[in-house]
Write a protein that binds this ligand. Structure first.
Ligand SMILES: Nc1ncnc2c1ncn2[C@@H]1O[C@H](COP(=O)(O)OP(=O)(O)OP(=O)(O)O)[C@@H](O)[C@H]1O
Length: 241
């Protein structure tokens, strides 16, 4: 197995508040890796370090063997932030073209990738509309399409399915699973939804900037003798005995 994302002894504070404390994680090619934990646990801060938008005070994050932040790595990383960074006055298609143009891609490939990404999130029929007229769910879908448009080998998705209806959520997860299995992508995803956590190959439970526990969903349930992941989480966090 090839390690694609490596987080080593990462600590981070904002002022006096310690947000991450000696975090170690290893993610591999062909793996969906879930980060779960309560609001404010430090998941987004960790993800921003993977993307290179923030730097650790201590420790290091490596993506595909390269220490982050590193601008050239952006070609290999697809990032979907928690809040959508879209141009409202442009159409969906223009947004996709704009982001695609930042990457090395021929015209024909760009067209094919835009059509694939828009199809995947079921937006093909809406691409001509200005994004300011999109619903919240449509904006999330467009953000996901943008994260995928340059065919990155590492996908980092911060709560990708918030505001997306159950049917599309299911088809997005089907596609994430296919990208993992057929294209051997590494997919890092944060979620608050336990049935999405069940679909991950491995999970890390984050609380107060520390990794409480880590493993496959099955391992975690066995370790805590729990029926479901929610129970594991409550036990690991000391909420339930
Ligand atoms: N730039 C910043 N300056 C100061 N504090 C920050 C900054 N960014 C994050 N924090 C704080 O760090 C803590 C962790 O935030 P983070 O966004 O990483 O949590 P999270 O686990 O992603 O939460 P959620 O599930 O709600 O997205 C919070 O207390 C937050 O207020």
């Amino acid at each position: 197995m090839k390690t694609t994302v490596s987080v080593r002894q990462v600590s981070k504070s904002f002022g006096k508040k310690t947000v991450l404390s000696e975090v170690n994680l290893t993610m591999e090619q062909g793996q969906i890796y879930g980060l779960i934990g309560p609001s404010g646990a430090g998941k987004t801060t960790l993800i921003k370090m993977m993307v290179g938008m923030d730097v650790p005070d201590e420790g290091a994050v490596n993506i595909l063997g390269t220490k982050m932040p590193n601008l050239t790595m952006l070609q290999h990383i697809g990032y979907m932030a928690q809040s959508d960074a879209l141009y409202g006055e442009l159409t969906g298609e223009e947004n996709l073209k704009f982001f695609a143009s930042m990457f090395k891609m021929g015209k024909a490939e760009q067209k094919q990738r835009i059509s694939y990404a828009a199809d995947l999130v079921n937006l093909s029929q809406e691409l001509g509309k200005n994004v300011s007229a999109y619903s919240g769910g449509m904006k999330r879908r467009l953000s996901l399409a943008i994260a995928l448009v340059h065919d990155p080998s590492v996908l980092i998705l911060d709560e990708p399915t918030v505001g997306i209806d159950p049917e599309l959520r299911q088809s997005i997860w089907q596609e994430l699973t296919r990208l993992r299995s057929s294209e051997r992508k590494t997919i890092v995803v944060t979620t608050h939804v336990m049935d999405e956590a069940e679909k991950c190959d491995r999970l890390a439970m984050v609380q107060n900037g520390r990794i409480l526990t880590e493993g496959t969903p099955e391992q975690l349930k066995r370790q805590y003798n729990a029926a479901g992941l929610e129970d594991v989480f409550l036990q690991a966090g000391g909420v339930r005995p």
